[in-house]
Design a protein around this ligand. Sequence first.
Ligand SMILES: Nc1ncnc2c1ncn2[C@@H]1O[C@H](COP(=O)(O)OP(=O)(O)OP(=O)(O)O)[C@@H](O)[C@H]1O
Length: 358
Amino acid sequence: MTTQIKLHDCAKTFADGTRALAPFDLEITGGETVVLLGPSGCGKTTILRMIAGLEFPDAGGKITFDGDDVTRQSIEKRRVGMVFQSYALFPNMSVAQNVAYGLKVHGVGRDERDARVTAMLEMMHIDMLADRAIDQLSGGQRQRVALARAIAVQPRVLLLDEPLTALDAKLRVRLRTEINGLLRKLGITAVYVTHDQEEAMALGDRIVVMQKGKIAQIGTPREIYRKPQSPFVADFVGAANRLDGQMHDGRLHIGERVFDAVDAFDPRHGDIIDQGPVELYFRADGLSTCEAGDADFTGRVEAVSYLGERLRLTVSGIGSMPVIVDTHPDDVISAGTPVHCRVNADRLTVFPAVAVNS
Ligand SMILES: Nc1ncnc2c1ncn2[C@@H]1O[C@H](COP(=O)(O)OP(=O)(O)OP(=O)(O)O)[C@@H](O)[C@H]1O
């Protein structure tokens, strides 16, 4: 059984007058994992807390679970499981007691409780830690306990607020993979808050990119990555490069060069940009190094970083700011030398220049 969540016209103004969220609509399909992604203070946690029943939307907002109006329902009635950045475990109870706690509160009998605790601990690979005290666990182990505890009560919805932020990078990636597997296996509806773009891509069926209390874009990881609808989204999901250009009769001009196969779609109006100044956003794969004869531009290598599977060049002289270009890790290129680059026009995202600061 999976739960569909709908938020309709939900805004949030706090008692001190802070407008944390402008009115928005969001539909989460049963069994789906939706990731709320955005910089600090954009309203991610506030949305999560509204779904949990820890905050209520301003008058006029409505939240439903499978069509049932839960807008004013308390957290206890909503049957949500929550996992936070800080583990919020009971330090004076063992691992097993922590996981059993919610079941006890829900009136689950002893035998069933023991069976479920065992199953949860096995699922999270912490069955050998059942009798340990919480303060004898590593950060990663604690977060596994927190997950086991949240899932044990078979919630309708699982809410996760930056659960991996406190962990080191390697553990974060490992636990992220495990959480991903777990969410697929359980088929539970999940809402996951993070400011980490990579984590959002890895976990989300869909990603909701937030900007200053508003939804900037909703889409699959692929859509968000390849078709960002604003410079903000492009920038936030890692399009570090920017060039200025001009559209003339549907063709893209960058300096002296002209490109035909460019998807110059204005996301604000839904029409094609034929004319006028544009800003181009792209990742390292928007440019490739090449022979002089194939080059669109020749720049100068400012810095070289060896990243193992690729060599990353910082190149000046192509636009007003240096651009990042990746090349083969075995290439021998040193700072201070000229480099020839070809534009991969299908990797560019084009925005009207006027949208840059919006
Ligand atoms: N109880 C409150 N009273 C007043 N303002 C609040 C309250 N809780 C949050 N805010 C404000 O609402 C805005 C959104 O906060 P929220 O915690 O949802 O952001 P966030 O995107 O989750 O940020 P972070 O990643 O830093 O946790 C912020 O400006 C925050 O300061």
